[in-house]
Write a protein that binds this ligand. Structure first.
Ligand code: C5P
Length: 502
């Protein structure tokens, strides 16, 4: 079958994205290459099979008859395929549970039982230190599957190569997760089976940490957690309370029902914003003065990127329009890289219609009208950013830059005939933050404004991993406590879910 027929048979590109847990750009790349990546073929084969279409799992070509094969009915007779939607049998999600070493490892046995109660398929993998607490035998007895433990085990590799183990999972759960496995993930180590699988997977990952409160609170563990969240990895817990080590504080493994609930939220297709589209602007803009210089705002893109990632985790189809940043593209998000405010506006309008718009970019208010002006050798006013570097003059006269106002992207989107249902902006102010934000919400016709104070020397926002905002809506002003930009993104997206589904 050719690519287009496969995508059509599976219900369209959006369904294929959900099935493979990838973003729209990945599917476009597969189309351009004319083939799916190797790991995806097994999922596509299974999904087609569930729709009564039998193809060769290696090549995805239709089996010899050239026709989709009919499905055997319960009575062993053969019934023709009439409506693929009716015949489709959903496969249970496949969970790979990684158990790392820690006294809480025994709680993973209960988790396995509850995962099975949900009707999900489970396979387990244990680290060497987890084997000090519970045995692979008890894990296998409960999961009903082989438990994998070693990277260089001939038996394990022959039965299930580590790459297949990584790829044949719809979600990977690490419970309990030690400080060690989090550190290995943050730095990309691959020195045992668990860390290798975690590096080789593209499935969503949920981490349920459990460790001594001091280990959890240590700046190294906290930095690793933030790093992992940047990559779109979800966390559940840890809870606070009495610890097995006799200390008290945050570090207890989350309760089993909490973990089950968190797993159900990371499974592909489970998001509460499924079928919704979002556009997010992030980062600064660069307004060229000449070919080498520009005016920019202080913005790392951390907050906007975290919001895009959080929307995508909830199943929204996200276009992230980003100015120049040093941030990895969030998983499952279509990124459009731009430089100037004008480009950002053009890309934002191209991403409409959308259900949700979040304008988190620090857009330059002014562009240089005469970029390249007075540029010495090529002294040409209005010669554009294509003009060479402006030269210093021997007389000491500085060139005159003429500023022109940039379009306001947030206000344009909010006043557009295709206005998204929910339009959200930010207001970074140095004084009278809330009052300016209230006025800005009305002036720009935004639904919500997140106001943050960027004027505090002791609590910088730009480039920091933390943020503290007031949410300004038509109903009033809500102060939110200081939290990481990722937690803020999750909290904002929970509010968006409520608003959009109201
Ligand atoms: O007017 P001010 O820059 O303070 O407004 C901040 C909000 O407006 C942010 O949400 C920002 O992304 C958005 N904005 C915009 N286009 C501009 C200026 C700001 O979208 N040209």
């Amino acid at each position: 079958m050719d690519m287009d027929s496969i995508i059509e048979a599976l219900g369209g590109a959006a369904q294929v994205q959900t099935l493979l847990g990838v973003g729209p750009s990945a599917v476009s790349n597969y189309r351009a290459r004319g083939q799916f990546p190797e790991y995806a073929r097994i999922r596509i084969w299974q999904a087609l099979k569930a729709r009564g279409i039998t193809v060769d799992p290696e090549t995805l070509s239709v089996e010899p008859s050239g026709q989709p094969k009919p499905i055997a009915s319960n009575h062993g007779n053969v019934s023709p395929v009439v409506n693929p939607a009716v015949t489709a049998i959903p496969e249970p999600p496949r969970i790979l549970l990684i158990i790392s070493g820690g006294i809480a490892a025994y709680k993973s046995l209960e988790l396995i039982r509850r995962i099975k109660d949900k009707g999900w398929h489970i396979r387990c993998l244990m680290t060497a230190s987890a084997e000090q607490f519970i045995t692979p035998l008890s894990v296998s007895a409960l999961s009903g599957e082989t438990t994998y433990t070693e990277l260089f085990s001939l038996t394990d590799e022959a039965e299930m190569g580590h790459i297949r183990l990584a790829r044949e999972a719809d979600a990977i759960v690490i419970a309990p997760a030690t400080a060690n496995i989090m550190a290995k993930m943050a730095y990309g180590f691959a020195d045992d089976l668990a860390s290798t699988v975690l590096l080789a997977t593209d499935a969503p990952i949920l981490i349920a940490p459990a460790m001594n409160p001091f280990m959890w609170a240590h700046p190294a563990t906290q930095a690793n957690q933030r790093q992992l969240k940047i990559r779109g990895i979800s966390f559940v817990g840890p809870d606070s309370g009495d610890m097995a080590c006799g200390e008290d504080g945050a570090g207890r493994l989350a309760e089993t029902p909490q973990i089950i609930n968190a797993i159900s939220h990371i499974l592909p297709g489970s998001g509460r914003l499924n079928g919704k589209t979002a556009l997010v602007t992030s980062g600064p803009t660069h307004e060229p003065i000449d070919r080498v210089r520009y005016i920019a705002n202080r913005s790392s893109g951390k907050q906007g990127h975290a919001i895009a990632a959080a929307l995508a985790r909830q199943g929204a189809k996200v276009t992230l329009i980003s100015g120049p940043v040093n941030m990895p593209p969030p998983p499952g998000v279509h990124v459009v890289a731009v430089e100037t405010a004008q480009d950002m506006l053009t890309a934002s309008l191209a991403a409409m219609p959308a259900d949700i718009a979040v304008c988190a970019a620090a857009v330059g208010d002014f562009a240089i009208a005469n970029s390249g002006a007075n540029s010495g050798a090529n002294n040409g006013a209005n010669s554009g950013s294509g003009a060479g570097k402006i030269k210093k003059s021997d007389t000491g006269d500085a060139p005159q830059l003429i500023l022109q106002q940039n379009p306001d992207i947030l206000a344009t989107i909010a006043d557009h005939k295709m206005r998204p249902k929910l339009v959200i902006g930010f207001a970074a102010e140095t004084d009278d933050v809330v009052n300016y934000a209230i006025a800005k919400r009305l002036r720009k016709k935004a639904d919500w404004i997140l106001a943050n104070d960027v004027g505090q020397d002791d609590q910088p926002v730009f480039g920091s991993d933390f943020n503290m905002v007031h949410l300004v809506t038509e109903n009033g002003v809500e102060p939110w406590p200081e939290m990481s930009k990722h937690d803020l993104a999750d909290q904002l997206v929970s509010r968006i879910v409520k608003e959009i589904s109201a």
